[in-house]
Design a protein around this ligand. Structure first.
Ligand code: HEM
Length: 467
């Protein structure tokens, strides 16, 4: 009896021994992680000590304030409280300096610090490779927006001719045609309904434009189902990337892709890629046709996609399929979403300022007369409309900010400094609403139009509006 009892307790001993060992290991790992996080926080605290900060929680940082209040209202309050810059705690062990002073901005933009890994990396599955690698040494499969270093420089040099002044001129006609299609559609829709949600229509119009101008892809994309599902996928991706940025549990790829949001993100990426693959495939097939290659070789300036397809990067080799796809994904997105957002906000600003809307209308009517389409030459003959556009872009910048990771220490003009490796957010939204730069920044359109006729020159010369 006693023998059989002994033989039963031995495996139990082994199991509890293993559990104890696992517990001790787990505890050791936990302590190690806690020590690392503590060290990281101490480093951050030391790095930001010369900068003011709104009160923050040691663990949640400014998360709770940002969740409670309207983020932009809070930002406006902080800009008023802290001139130039402040430290923003995303989490107890993650901080960045938000800057919005023109001299601070010029200093950073004059250096070549890489784009910060955090938020840009979250776009990689969509406009870069999957799974993503750290952006500071990103390799093949990334487009210009995410690239850094040598490869960025190579791609930039290769693609700059696609946006030469001369190549843009004939695009005005294509753009005007796309706008006309949208306006005809609106006229019809407004007979059925007194109001219209414009963003999707404007997105289809800007997508139509970029498809024709940069990708030599003719057709009526505004009525095309593929374009509509691409626009829907981009809208989902914008929302999902933004939501991921704000959720600490969604940061690690492995966990994120298991969540329902991760799966929706993956699906939307696939839809977006199907669209760009179709465009590449069609242009490649056209280039196989007799005479087509010769035709584009004789062009003075090549379209963006033709540059990519005919590119010789190194040793006479062309771009890899991955690089090509990433650039097409990047330009397809950047080329329509930013402009759609900018145009929608300009229309919003004009809709809420009828007197300026009327003056713009009169200016354009006096220039075009009845029925004529806009041309390149008209563009610098509409100063009032141009100022309204610039003022709306100041109030509602389509890209509200960009992030950089300092590749070397920096000292700002007022003597404050930051160490290498620190994250800096250049907030265009905050710059454009900085009361030290723009007295009474919320007096939209009116002030700029009536009392500050040189707003345009003033803004660009002093760095008080970007980009
Ligand atoms: C209102 C319109 C636009 C705004 C406000 C805007 C804004 C910006 C900003 C702020 C950046 C810098 C991002 C960073 O450095 O982190 C950027 C980069 C970029 N934009 Fe735009 N953009 C606009 C239109 C366009 C269009 C029409 C295209 C393409 C046809 C485009 C393609 C790109 C590309 C490829 C980059 C990456 C450039 C590089 O890193 O070298 N953008 N844009």
């Amino acid at each position: 009896m006693s023998v059989s009892l002994l033989s039963l307790t031995r495996p139990l001993d082994t199991v509890s021994g293993l559990l104890q060992l696992a517990f001790l290991l787990g505890l050791a790992l936990l302590l190690l992680k806690a020590a690392q996080l503590y060290q990281c926080r101490q480093w951050l605290l030391k790095a930001v000590q010369q900068f003011p900060s709104p009160p923050s929680h040691w663990l949640f940082g400014h998360k709770r304030e940002l969740q409670k209040e309207d983020e932009l209202q809070l930002l406006l309050k902080w800009i008023e409280d802290f001139p130039c810059a402040f430290s923003r705690w995303i989490w107890g062990t993650e901080a960045e300096i938000m800057i919005y002073d023109p001299d601070y901005m010029k200093l950073i933009l004059g250096r070549s610090d890489p784009k910060s890994d955090g938020s840009y990396r979250l776009m990689a599955p969509w406009i870069g490779p999957f799974p993503p690698t750290p952006l500071t040494h990103c390799g093949p499969g990334y487009g210009l927006l995410l690239l850094n270093g040598e490869t960025w420089f190579q791609h930039r040099q290769m693609l700059t001719p696609a946006f030469h002044y001369d190549i843009l001129k004939p695009y005005v006609r294509l753009m005007a045609d796309s706008v006309q299609v949208m306006l005809d559609k609106w006229e019809e829709l407004l007979t059925q309904n007194s109001h219209l949600e414009i963003f999707e229509h404007v997105s289809l119009m800007t997508l139509d434009t970029i498809m024709k101008c940069a990708f030599s892809y003719q057709g009526n994309h505004q009525a095309d189902r593929n374009s509509q599902s691409y626009i829907q996928a981009i809208r989902d991706l914008n929302n999902l990337v933004f939501a991921r940025m704000r959720n600490v549990f969604y940061q690690k790829d492995f966990f994120y892709w298991l969540t329902s949001e991760g799966r929706r993100n993956h699906k939307a990426c696939q839809l977006a890629h199907q669209h760009t693959d179709r465009v590449i495939k069609r242009r490649k097939a056209q280039l196989q046709e007799e005479g087509e290659l010769e035709k584009i070789r004789n062009k003075r300036h090549l379209d963006f996609l033709d540059i990519l397809l005919l590119a010789k990067v190194e040793n006479g080799r062309g771009l890899s399929d991955k690089d090509l796809r990433a650039e097409v994904d990047t330009f397809m997105f950047e080329g329509h979403d930013t402009t759609a957002s900018g145009i929608s906000w300009i229309l919003y600003a004009l809709a809420t300022h009828r007197e300026h809307q009327q003056r713009c209308r009169e200016e354009i009517q006096s220039l075009l007369g009845d029925g004529a389409s806009i041309t390149w030459e008209h563009l610098d003959q509409m100063p009032y409309t141009t100022m309204c556009i610039k003022e709306a872009l100041r109030l509602y910048p389509p890209v509200p900010g960009v992030g950089r990771e300092l590749s070397k220490p920096i000292t700002f003009p007022d003597g404050r400094s930051l160490p290498k490796g620190f994250l800096v957010l250049l907030s265009f939204y905050a710059l454009h609403h900085n009361p030290n730069v723009w007295p009474n920044p919320e007096v939209s359109l009116h002030r700029a139009m009536l009392s500050c006729p040189s707003q345009e020159d003033q803004g660009t010369a002093s760095g008080s509006t970007l980009p």
